[in-house]
Every structure is written in C-alpha cells, then in structure tokens.
Design a protein around this ligand. Structure first.
Ligand code: PLP
Length: 385
C-alpha cells in the first residue's frame, strides 16, 4: 500500500467541502467532472433499462449489444475496424490500465508515462512493483512529449508506453507526428501502448489522433476510454478497453475476479449514448460551451500579473504558469482555497514537472468562472511577492 498514490483532486475537493460546511463559499475548479447533467435521452434509456430488468449480473466483459455499440463507435471515430470481442466494459476506465498492468507487466519492468500526467498512471505502475519512467511535457512545445527524451528512456526493461491525448492536466494534445513516433518505438522495441483517450471527443478545432488508427498497431495497443467526460456520465461508471483478443480475454478474467461486470442498466444507457443522434448533438453542444469557457479562462488568466497560460486544444483543463507570482504552486493552491475561496490543484499533484503551474478545471458556468478569475486576480494583486 505504501507504493500506491492518491488523487489531489479528491483530496482538495474533500477540503473544499469541509470549508463549505463551515459556511465558506467556494468556486470549484479542482475536480475534472463536467457540470452538465447527463443528456435526457441517456437518462431515459438508463431508467427504462432498470424498469426492464437490467438489474442483474451481465457477462463479465459486458452485454454483447453494448460491446458492439462501442466497437462500432470506435471503428467509426478512429477509422479502424474493431470487433465486439475486442471490447471489454469496465466500471470506470482506470480499471483498463490496472488490469492491463496486472496482465502484462512484471515487477521491475519499466513503463514510460507523461509528467505532468494523470496521477493514477504512476500510482498503479508503482503499486504493481514496476518502474515508472517519466517523459516531460513542456509548455514551450504545447505540452507535447519531447520525442528525443522519449526515445532515450527506452531500455531493455521497457515494456509499455502510456500516452494520453487530449491530456490531463495540461489540455495539450499529441499530433500525428508524436503518435507515429510512439508507434515506431513500439514496433522497434516490441512495446505495448496504453492510449488514454478519455477526452477524445473534447477537442477544439483539432483532429484527434490515436495509435489504434495506425498501421500494424492493433495488436499492441490498448485503448482506454469511457463515457465519463464526453457524455457527463462520471457517476454512471462506464469505461471500456479495446484490446487485442488474447488480452481482452485476460481482462475478462480480471473482471470476473473483481467487479464481476459493469452495471447492466449503465451498459444499456451506453448504447444510447454511443448510437443516438441526440447524444452526439449533446456532445457537440457541450464542446461548444467548453470552448467558450476555455477562452474566458485563458484570457482572464493571461491578464493577471505573474501568470501566463497556453490555450489548450482539448479536455477541460487550463494549466497556467504561475512562477511570476513569486508563490509556489502548493502555497498558491492552498491559499487560494482558504483565503480566496477558489479550489484549484497544484501542478505537482501531477508530477514534478508540474512545478510552477496550477490546474484549473473549467467545468463550471461562465458566471462562476468569472467570479473565480476575479478572486484569483484580487488575491494575486494583494499577495504577489
Ligand atoms: N484518464 C484521465 C486522463 C482522467 O482525467 C480520468 C478522470 O479524471 C480518467 C482516466 C478516469 O475516468 P473514469 O474512471 O471516470 O473513466
């Protein structure tokens, strides 16, 4: 257990909730969860499924119709040809990484992952006794990977590369060149690629790129995705893996030994999410709103003395550099919460390369975001050193 980490977002949320219980007003820019309600048609499908009796165990990898819906959706979106038997439904996409690590990685093996990056990557890799090797994402390159650094990390012990695009916490995206390079390395050194694409539908004027679409990558890629972010379905708990058939069978076995299955009515709601035109329209609407909020946040942060912010091309996070304020990221995040009533995360909650940054989730209304920006601006004006 000492090797297992945690997630800063859940810790800061708990602290913010305690302050709220004491009567303080907090603007929540810490947790990565859309503020939208799940679209009505998806809710109705879930309710009908409960009424129709989808309240029992399902096959461990999921109801075939739901796996087929994922296969068709992914095939269309990533221009590839996924079969339902390559899809495993899980209660939240984090399981995809955990199960893949358990199935494929031995203690002492090395796994390359991004820094800053989603905390579960390093935590899970450490937990199973493998060794995380971090590739730095730098602001100067739009938080893409440094490809030379990536290549230099490969050793005889490297087994897996974890990539994430669009990225949490930076909002950066990987380009065709980046993904092709990862695929080349994977071929050359016989590596598995876990591609976390949970934000793939949340892109702003950018064409999402996946290793799954690349020639020869189907048998060495595990897609990690789910409904949480794109369809505002975080609490429904539905993630999915697209994996080579032999590995999909192992993931099925790990499901049998852990959750048994994802909830049946959630799986039925997923079919509606992935196939109904209303769901696609709802996603388009949410993306438009997120894009406006992104601009509001980036423009608002950029005029605060001591702060600057790259304009993210995906997800719903901004990752401003705060070095010019003279305050460290932990002190700033702590004091913004307790003194200004704004919950944000320190960049170092995502790895050492997050030093000098904070993460802002623009998952609140424009009014809340404006108030949050005003509070940050006032705080910096009074406390900049
Ligand atoms: N991957 C990334 C990059 C995330 O930011 C998150 C959630 O914040 C997840 C995976 C997990 O999502 P879920 O378990 O809801 O599918």
């Amino acid at each position: 257990m000492s090797r297992l980490g945690t997630e800063g977002a859940f810790e800061v949320l708990a602290k913010a909730r305690r302050l709220e219980a004491d009567g303080k007003h907090i603007i929540h820019l810490e947790i990565g969860e859309p503020d939208f309600a799940t679209p009505d048609n998806i809710i109705e499908a879930g309710v009908s499924a409960i009424q129709e009796g989808y309240t029992h165990y399902t096959p461990a990898s999921g109801i075939m119709e739901a796996r087929q819906a994922v296969a068709t959706f992914v095939s269309h979106m990533l221009n590839t040809d996924v079969e339902a038997t390559e899809v495993v439904l899980v209660p939240g996409s984090k399981n995809v990484l955990l199960f893949t690590l358990l199935a494929c990685i031995e203690p002492g093996d090395e796994v390359i992952l991004p820094d800053p990056g989603y905390p579960a990557y390093a935590s899970q890799v450490n937990f199973i006794g493998a060794v995380p090797k971090t590739v730095t994402l730098r602001e100067e390159t739009g938080f893409r990977m440094d490809l030379d650094e990536l290549a230099s990390l490969i050793s005889p012990k490297t087994r897996m590369i974890i990539i994430n695009t669009p990225q949490n916490p930076t909002g950066g995206v990987l380009t065709d060149e980046d993904v092709s390079f990862v695929c080349e390395l994977a071929h050359k050194h016989d590596l598995l690629v876990v591609s976390d694409e949970i934000y793939s539908q949340l892109v702003y004027g950018f064409h999402h790129v996946s290793p799954l679409s690349q020639h020869g990558m189907r048998d060495r890629t595990v897609l990690m995705d789910g409904l949480s972010k794109s369809y505002a379905m975080t609490g429904w708990r539905l993630g999915y893996a697209v994996a080579p058939k032999a590995l999909a069978a192992k993931l099925d076995q790990l499901m049998i030994n852990s959750s048994s299955c994802a909830a049946g009515f959630t799986q039925m709601a997923a079919i509606e999410a992935l196939t109904a035109p209303e769901s696609a329209q709802a996603v388009t609407h949410m993306v438009r709103v997120f894009e406006r909020r992104r601009d509001l946040v980036v423009d608002g942060i950029s005029v605060i003395p001591g702060m600057r912010c790259m304009r993210p091309q995906g997800a719903f996070y901004a990752f401003p550099n705060i070095e010019g304020t003279g305050l460290g990221e932990r002190e700033l995040a702590d004091r913004l919460l307790t003194e200004a009533g704004v919950a944000v995360l320190p960049g170092t909650a995502f790895g050492q390369a997050g030093k000098g940054y904070i993460r802002i989730a623009y998952t609140q209304s424009e009014d809340e975001l404006k108030l949050g920006l005003q509070r940050i601006s006032d705080f910096i004006a009074a406390n900049r050193v």
